[in-house]
Design a protein around this ligand. Sequence first.
Ligand SMILES: [Zn+2]
Length: 121
Amino acid sequence: MIAFRSLAPNEKILEASEENSKFIHASDLPGKPDLVFRNRKKAIFVHGCFWHSHESKQCAIAHMPKSNIKYWKAKLSRNRERDRKNLSALKKMGWKTLVIWECQINKAPLLVKRIAAFMGR
Ligand SMILES: [Zn+2]
């Protein structure tokens, strides 16, 4: 089992992916995925739970602010819409994508399993 120590999120994911190739923060791809494996056409996003509205009962981070609700609802729903468009644009370009949520980063065994499945190991 991989020991995660105190690595930054992207380093943890890279370690879990067991890829030797260098990843690039790809500004030329829709949504600028956080980790990109070009030779495999696979991209991983690390989403902040609040900004990307993580819809999960297990998520302790995502929440709707108690003031300016109208503003936040509109803003967060725009973010969600943008995420959806980016993922579908990548899919059309032949890329496989995986979204890792901020609150899942430290759940090592689960994270490793998901990434291994995504990378096809
Ligand atoms: Zn979350």
